[in-house]
Design a protein around this ligand. Structure first.
Ligand code: AMP
Ligand code: ZN
Length: 494
């Protein structure tokens, strides 16, 4: 069964078929690097990461490009306020974006930066002017003439008939009811960054950045364009207008938009005090894997309500999955096979695939895995799982984790890095005791822990309880919880 995705352009769920056989070319609008990314941004980036991972798992060869908007109104304003160059201002946030993405186990797309394509943008605008789609104003700015593009509004489903020809808007972001000629290029203003180009000095508008970079990397027509739902208008509508009037061809075929996230039932905003970056949550002691899990629990087109209770239950779901894998990899099993187990693994893989094929229904894919987990845990308790069952069961778990990416127990080093960052930034007062507690355990590597556990077991077998107790105490002090289970000694980090 083919993947079915909701396409904002058609307003329907459609079967996804790339233009070019097995090759998928996709583009996502990336961060505007004027601040640290918040959980809403990462809800969208993780949704696209899921799509990327799932397309590859489905056998496609995917070229996935994401831009970094490192010049726009907000950046220019903040850089001018801090009296630094645009590059200096954005460097820290570009780095933070890369680190936060890695913290959340987001696979790296091919990243392109707006400031590295300024000349191409200017040339593109020059061409649009020649074709009559753009005009220059007296100060040296350029605008797109939307009256020349009758299909304007086809993505956002707005009817712009009757708009006033020549009314202009020069800010990057604006409301739906103000459909006007939008700025492609902004003439230099005192104290603002500008570049010398074929169409004169100035800087690009935000919308032209994505048209130029996506087409440069992916061609005039490509398969899929993604972003958060707020980008449908004006950003994506404007991208379509610029690109299609330039080439006369369809720009992107499928438009993929992630629904905005709420926090504790409300719109996230700094004034409500419910605005969280990834780092804010880690400073409060939450694990990156719990954050990733929570951000994927609700399919990308449904409203996701981010709550702290939800974060706690996400942590427990991840823990269950990790314990499950541990049980399968560390226990002794009788030889042979229980055929129902391989069959269960196969069914689970099929259920996960059909869930994700259904417009990336992540919740349903998680439910499939948890059904398997419950059934196998029951079978393990009844000693019904045999040696040959382990491989197919781990196979299903592995397929699941190719997309969900939460099994690797690397939360502690990631949290330690954020702890160090907070100290370096003078944000000690935000470091919670929970974070200190967990990050402390990062000092011991997995190998060191396994080694100590083996020594502990050897001491216990030799009835040297003093030595084994001392080793256990050492591990506990390092934030490692040691448990004796039916299948032997098991450990986990706090
Ligand atoms: P920005 O850095 O503001 O350009 O946004 C980067 C990405 O995050 C865009 O795709 C936005 O649509 C998306 N985004 C911003 N806020 C939210 C939110 N609250 N929920 C989901 N996605 C968001
Ligand atoms: Zn964009």
């Amino acid at each position: 069964m083919a993947l079915r995705l909701y396409n904002t352009l058609s307003g329907k769920i459609e079967e996804f078929h790339p233009i070019d056989d097995n090759r998928v070319r996709m583009y996502a609008c990336g961060p505007t690097v004027y601040d640290y990314g918040h959980i809403g941004n990462f809800r969208t980036f993780i949704a696209v990461d899921f799509l990327y991972r799932f397309l590859r798992q489905s056998g496609y060869d995917v070229r996935y490009v994401m831009n970094i908007t490192d010049v726009d109104d907000k950046i220019i304003r903040n850089a001018a306020r801090d009296a630094v160059s645009v590059q200096e201002y954005t460097a820290k946030f570009v780095q933070a974006f890369l680190e936060d993405s890695a913290t959340l186990s987001i696979e790296k797309p091919l990243l392109v930066r707006a400031t590295e394509h300024i000349n191409a943008m200017a040339d593109f605008i020059g061409e649009l002017e020649k074709k009559g789609f753009a005009y220059r104003t007296e100060d040296g700015s350029y605008y797109f003439r939307i009256a020349k593009f009758p299909e304007y509004g086809k993505l956002s489903k707005k009817d712009f008939a009757g708009l006033t020809d020549g009314a202009r808007v020069d800010v990057d972001e604006y409301e739906k009811d103000s459909a006007r000629d939008f700025a492609l290029w902004k003439a230099p203003k005192p104290g603002e960054a500008s570049w010398k180009t074929s169409i004169g000095p100035g800087r690009p508008g935000w919308h032209i950045e994505c048209s130029v970079m996506s087409m440069e990397e992916l061609g005039s027509s490509f398969d899929l364009h993604a972003g958060g739902e707020d980008l449908i208008f004006p950003h994506h509508e404007n991208e379509i207008a610029q690109s299609e009037s330039m080439t006369g061809q369809q720009f992107a075929r499928y438009w993929f938009h992630a629904r905005f996230l709420l926090v504790e039932g409300q719109k996230m905003s700094k004034s409500l005090g419910n605005f969280f970056t990834i780092r804010d949550l880690v400073l409060r002691g939450h694990k990156p894997s719990s954050i990733r899990w929570l951000l994927t629990q609700v399919p990308y087109r449904n409203q996701l309500n981010f709550t702290f209770d939800g974060l706690k239950s996400a942590a427990s779901s991840v823990e269950k999955l990790r314990n499950f894998r541990f049980r399968l990899t560390s226990s002794q099993f009788p030889s042979g096979a229980t055929p129902a187990m391989a069959q269960l693994a196969e069914e689970t893989i099929a259920r996960m695939k059909s869930a994700l094929d259904d417009d990336l229904n992540t919740a349903e894919a998680q439910a499939a895995m948890f059904d398997m987990l419950r059934k196998v845990n029951t079978a393990l308790d009844a000693v019904e799982v045999r040696q040959d069952d382990v491989k197919p069961l781990l196979g299903a778990l592995g397929k699941f984790d190719e997309i969900f990416a939460v099994l690797k127990d690397d939360d502690q080093p990631k949290m330690k890095a954020i702890l160090d960052w907070a100290r370096a930034e003078g944000r000690e007062q935000e470091i919670s005791p929970e974070l200190l507690d967990i990050a402390g355990s990062a000092q011991l590597t997995d190998e060191e822990i396994n080694q100590k556990i083996a020594e502990m077991e050897a001491a216990r077998k030799a009835r040297n309880f003093k030595a084994s107790d001392a080793l256990r105490a050492e591990l506990t002090a390092g934030g490692i919880l040691v448990e004796n289970t039916k299948e032997g000694v098991r450990w986990r980090r706090k």
